[in-house]
Ligand binder design. Structure first.
Ligand code: AMP
Length: 401
C-alpha cells in the first residue's frame, strides 16, 4: 500500500508517493508555473529494474484541477502506481488551520468548511489546498484524506506569546493573532535533532531556524512550540528573499501619507519587493554571497542584515526558553549557506554558542554537527523533509481509524 502527499502552492503542485510500511519514496513530482503561459512538469521515479527515471514536459496547465489530473496520469503512466485502490491514504499540506486545528485531521465536510472559512487569512494558499482536496476526493472517494496544517505545530504557543498588543476585540472578532507557519518543517527537524543527539525531545530546548525563500524561527521547549517569528501572515519576523519581516508599522502610514501609495501597493512592496531583494536587488542567497565576496556593498549589507536579524531572534528565544540546548539550521539557506550560519552565530560564545568554522564548511548528506568541541550548545544542520513528515502524520491518523 502507498501514501500520496499533495503540497499545492499558489502556482505549483508538489507531490510524492511513498511505499508502506517504511515510507520509502517511489515517485516525486513538481508542476510549476500553474496558470502561466507554459508550465513545467517533472516526475522522478524508479522503474521496475530500480533505475531512476525522469519524465519532463512543458505544457499548458491553466489551474490546479488539471494539474492534479496530470499528476494522476503521470503516476499511472510511469507505473509508480497501478490504481487508486493502492492508496492507504492521501496527505494534504494545508497552509492555514487557524485556531481550529492543532493536529493532523481526517478530512470530512466540516473540516473542508473550516479550511474554506480560513481563506481570508491565507488567500493564496488555502483555495489551492482545497482544490487539491476536492479533486483528490473525486478521484479516490474511498481513500482516507488527511490535512496536515502549517500552523498546527504553533498552536501550543501560550496566549501571551500569540496575542498582539492591539485592542482585544480584534482577536475576539477577527481572530487577529500570531499563527506561525513552516510548522511541519520545525516539528520534523526538532524530532530529527533529538534523535540524532540520542536525547529525549521532551527534555530539550531547541531553536529551529527554517531559512528558505520564506524564513522563520521557532522556540521549541520539550517538543512544544512556545514562540515563532511569523505572525498572522508569513510576513513578520526574519528578513526573507522578498519579504521585509519585522518593521515599524508606522512606516506604512508615513508612506501612504507622503507618497499616496495604496494598501495594495504597500502589500506588494512588503511581500515582493523588500527583504534581500529590496536591499540589494537579488533574492537568491547564492548570488548575494557571490556579489558580497566580490565586494558589492549592498549585497554585503543584505547578508549582514539577514544574519543580524537572525542573531537577534536567537537571543530573544534563548531568553524565552530560559536557555538553549540545540540550534537547528534548515531550509535552502540554512542547509547550504555556511556563511549565514557563521555570521548569525558569531559573537554568541558567552551564551554557550560556539560554531566551528571548519566543521561548518564541511558538506555531507544528512545531519551535520557544526559546533566546536567546547560549545555547550549543539549547532546542527538538518535537511528538512516536509513531505515525509506529512506522510508520517497521515499514516498516524489512518492507523487510528
Ligand atoms: P527553499 O525555499 O528552502 O527551497 O530555499 C531557497 C533558497 O535557498 C534559495 O533562494 C537560495 O537563496 C538558497 N540556497 C539554495 N542553495 C544555496 C547554497 N548553496 N548557498 C546559499 N543559499 C542557497
Amino acid at each position: 500500500m502507498k501514501i500520496l502527499v499533495l503540497n499545492s502552492g499558489s502556482s505549483s503542485l508538489k507531490f510524492q508517493l511513498f511505499e508502506l510500511p517504511d515510507l520509502t519514496v517511489i515517485a516525486s513530482g513538481l508542476i510549476e508555473r500553474i496558470g502561466g503561459e507554459y508550465s513545467s512538469v517533472r516526475l522522478t521515479f524508479c522503474d521496475s529494474a530500480g533505475a531512476e527515471q525522469v519524465i519532463k514536459k512543458n505544457m499548458v496547465v491553466p489551474e490546479h484541477r488539471p494539474a492534479i489530473a496530470i499528476m494522476s496520469e503521470l503516476l499511472l503512466e510511469s507505473g509508480a502506481m497501478a490504481n487508486v485502490q493502492e492508496l492507504a491514504g492521501i496527505g494534504h499540506r494545508v497552509v492555514h488551520g487557524g485556531e481550529f486545528f492543532h493536529e493532523p485531521t481526517l478530512i470530512d465536510r466540516a473540516v473542508m468548511e473550516a479550511i474554506e472559512e480560513l481563506v481570508p487569512l491565507a488567500p493564496l494558499h488555502n483555495p489551492a489546498n482545497l482544490i487539491g482536496i476536492r479533486v483528490a476526493m473525486e478521484h479516490a472517494p474511498t481513500v482516507p484524506q488527511v490535512a496536515v496544517f502549517d500552523t498546527a505545530f504553533h498552536q501550543s504557543i501560550p496566549e501571551h506569546g500569540y496575542l498582539y498588543a492591539l485592542p482585544y476585540t480584534l482577536y475576539e472578532q477577527h481572530k487577529v493573532r500570531r499563527y506561525g507557519f513552516h510548522g511541519t518543517s520545525h516539528d520534523y527537524v526538532a524530532k530529527q535533532a533529538a534523535e540524532h543527539l540520542g536525547m529525549v525531545l521532551g527534555e530539550l530546548n531547541i531553536i529551529s531556524l527554517h531559512l528558505g525563500n520564506g524564513a522563520s524561527a521557532a522556540a521549541i521547549q520539550g517538543g512544544q512550540c512556545i514562540d515563532t517569528s511569523m505572525g498572522l501572515t508569513p510576513l513578520e519576523g526574519l528578513i526573507m528573499g522578498t519579504r521585509s519581516g519585522d518593521l515599524d508599522p508606522a512606516i506604512l502610514f508615513y508612506l501612504a501619507r507622503e507618497t499616496g501609495m495604496t494598501i495594495d501597493e504597500l502589500d506588494d512592496m512588503l511581500n515582493k519587493k523588500s527583504g534581500l531583494k529590496g536591499i540589494c536587488g537579488e533574492n537568491d542567497m547564492r548570488t548575494i554571497t557571490e556579489l558580497a565576496e566580490q565586494g558589492n556593498h549592498q549585497a554585503r549589507l543584505a547578508l549582514t542584515m539577514f544574519c543580524y536579524r537572525l542573531k537577534k531572534y536567537i537571543g530573544a528565544y534563548i531568553a524565552a526558553l530560559g536557555g538553549v540546548d540545540c540550534i537547528v539550521f534548515t531550509g535552502g539557506i540554512g542547509e547550504n549557506s555556511a556563511i549565514v550560519r557563521q555570521l548569525s552565530c558569531q559573537g554568541l560564545e558567552r551564551l554557550g554558542i560556539g560554531l566551528d568554522v571548519e566543521n561548518n564548511a564541511f558538506r555531507q548528506e544528512g545531519i551535520l554537527e557544526v559546533q566546536g568541541a567546547d560549545s555547550p550548545v549543539k549547532i546542527l544542520v538538518v535537511p528538512t523533509d516536509e513531505e515525509l513528515e506529512i506522510a508520517t502524520q497521515t499514516l498516524q491518523v489512518i492507523q487510528n481509524l
